[in-house]
Design a protein around this ligand. Structure first.
Ligand code: CP
Length: 315
C-alpha cells in the first residue's frame, strides 16, 4: 500500500510548479545540503520506481541517490530492453504495475508525452525525467539552483543558450522556467537547422513578451552574456547521420574564446558533453556544469520530499 497523499501531484514541466514553489524547493535543497542528517529518515519505508526507457547517467543516479539520502529505497529498470516494454506492455500498464510497489515514479522515455500518459493513470506522483525532445523539468531545477547559487539571483540577466535548441529538452524547460523571473533576456545561438521550435518561441517567449535575439555565431554573443548554457547536439533525435556529423562540432567553447566573456559569466551545460566544451575550460572558476550535477541531487531530494508531503521535526 503506497502513501496516502492530501494532493496527488505530477511534475511534467517546470510550469507544474509555481515560482513560489520553485523558490521553496531551492531553499529546501539548500537546507538538505547543509543538514543532511535532518532528512536522513524522512522517506523511510517509501520507494521510488525509476523507470528509465532511455539511457541516463546523472538523472537516474541522482534520483536514486536522492531517495537513498531520504532514507527510502529504489526499484526500477534502466533500459526498455530490460522491462516488459519489449513484450509490448504499454506505458500506462507499466506505471500501474510500478505503483503497486512504489510511492513515487520517475520516468524517462524517448517519446514525447509518455510520462503524461503515465501520470494520467498513476495513483502515485510521476516525475518526468526527460521525454524525447520535449521537457526535462528536474534538470531545470538543477539549473535554477546553480544559477541562483552562482549569481545570487534568477532575475535581471542575459542568458545565452547555445547548440541544439531544437531537440534539447533541457533548453525548452529552462526557458519556460526563466521567463517567469523579472527582466531575463535570451540570446538563442544555434545553426538555422537547430533553432528553438516555434511552439517555444510563440507560446513561451512571445506570449510572455520576453526580449530575445537569435544568432548563429557564439563569439558575437559572448561579451553580453551573464550565463552561457551550452548544449550537446542530440545525436539520438536525428533522422540522418550526415546531418548530425555536419553539425556536431558547430560550437566548441574553449579557454581562448572564454576570454571574451564577462569575468562573472558562468558556463552551464546539462551534460553529457561531447566536444562543445573543451576540457581546458573545466578549471576556469566560471565553469559551473559539475555544480549542476551536485545541486541536481539535492533538488530531486527536495522535489520528492515536497510531492510525497514528507515532514521532519526540527531538532
Ligand atoms: N542531464 C541529463 O539528463 O543527463 P543524463 O542523460 O545522463 O541523465
Amino acid at each position: 500500500m503506497h502513501r496516502q497523499l492530501a494532493h496527488l501531484r505530477h511534475v511534467m514541466s517546470p510550469l507544474d510548479l509555481s515560482v513560489e514553489e520553485l523558490d521553496k524547493i531551492m531553499d529546501l535543497a539548500a537546507d538538505m545540503e547543509a543538514k543532511p542528517e535532518k532528512y536522513a529518515h524522512a522517506a523511510e519505508r517509501l520507494k521510488l520506481a525509476a523507470l528509465f526507457y532511455e539511457p541516463s547517467t546523472r538523472t537516474r543516479l541522482s534520483f536514486e541517490t536522492a531517495m537513498l539520502n531520504l532514507g527510502g529505497q529504489v526499484i526500477g529498470f534502466h533500459s526498455a530492453t530490460s522491462s516488459s516494454a519489449t513484450k509490448g506492455e504499454s506505458v500506462a500498464d507499466t506505471v500501474r504495475v510500478a505503483a503497486q510497489f512504489a510511492d513515487i515514479v520517475a520516468m524517462r522515455h524517448p517519446k514525447e508525452g509518455a510520462p503524461m500518459v503515465a501520470a494520467s493513470v498513476s495513483p502515485v506522483p510521476v516525475i518526468n525525467a526527460g521525454d524525447g525532445g520535449h521537457q526535462h523539468p528536474t534538470q531545470t531545477l538543477a539549473d535554477l539552483m546553480t544559477i541562483r547559487t552562482c549569481k545570487g539571483r534568477l532575475s535581471d540577466m542575459t542568458v545565452g543558450i547555445c547548440g541544439d535548441l531544437k531537440f534539447g529538452r533541457t533548453v525548452h524547460s529552462l526557458i519556460s522556467a526563466l521567463v517567469r523571473y523579472p527582466n531575463v533576456k535570451f540570446v538563442l545561438i544555434s545553426p538555422e537547422e537547430l533553432q528553438l521550435p516555434s511552439y517555444v518561441k510563440e507560446d513561451v517567449l512571445k506570449a510572455n513578451n520576453i526580449d530575445y535575439v537569435e544568432k548563429i555565431r557564439l563569439e558575437e554573443a559572448l561579451p553580453d552574456l551573464d550565463i552561457l548554457y551550452m548544449t550537446r547536439v542530440q545525436k539520438e533525435r536525428f533522422f540522418n547521420e550526415d546531418d548530425y556529423v555536419r553539425m556536431k562540432d558547430f560550437y566548441v567553447l574553449n579557454r581562448e574564446k572564454l576570454q571574451a566573456a564577462k569575468k562573472d559569466m558562468y558556463v552551464l551545460h546539462p551534460l553529457p558533453r561531447v566536444n562543445e566544451i573543451a576540457v581546458d575550460v573545466d578549471d576556469d572558476p566560471r565553469a559551473a556544469y559539475f555544480n549542476q550535477v551536485y545541486w541536481g541531487m539535492y533538488m530531486r531530494m527536495a522535489l520528492m520530499y515536497t510531492l510525497l508531503e514528507l515532514e521532519v521535526k526540527e531538532c
